[in-house]
Design a protein around this ligand. Structure first.
Ligand SMILES: [Zn+2]
Length: 47
C-alpha cells in the first residue's frame, strides 16, 4: 500500500465485536480502544 512502511512486521486486521471498529496491528489479543470489547481477527481479502 502506498505510504506504508515496507519493513513493518506482519499485521493483522481486527474488528471490534462490540462497536465494529476496525484496526490493523501487529499485536494480538486486543481490546477495543473505543469501547473495550474483544477484538476479533478478521481475514483480509487479497486481490
Ligand atoms: Zn469497540
Amino acid at each position: 500500500m502506498p505510504g506504508e512502511d515496507p519493513y513493518t512486521p506482519t499485521e493483522s486486521h481486527y474488528e471490534c465485536l462490540g462497536c465494529g471498529k476496525r484496526i490493523t496491528t501487529t499485536e494480538t489479543h486486543l481490546t477495543c480502544p473505543t469501547c473495550g470489547s474483544t477484538m476479533q481477527n478478521i481475514a483480509v481479502p487479497r486481490e
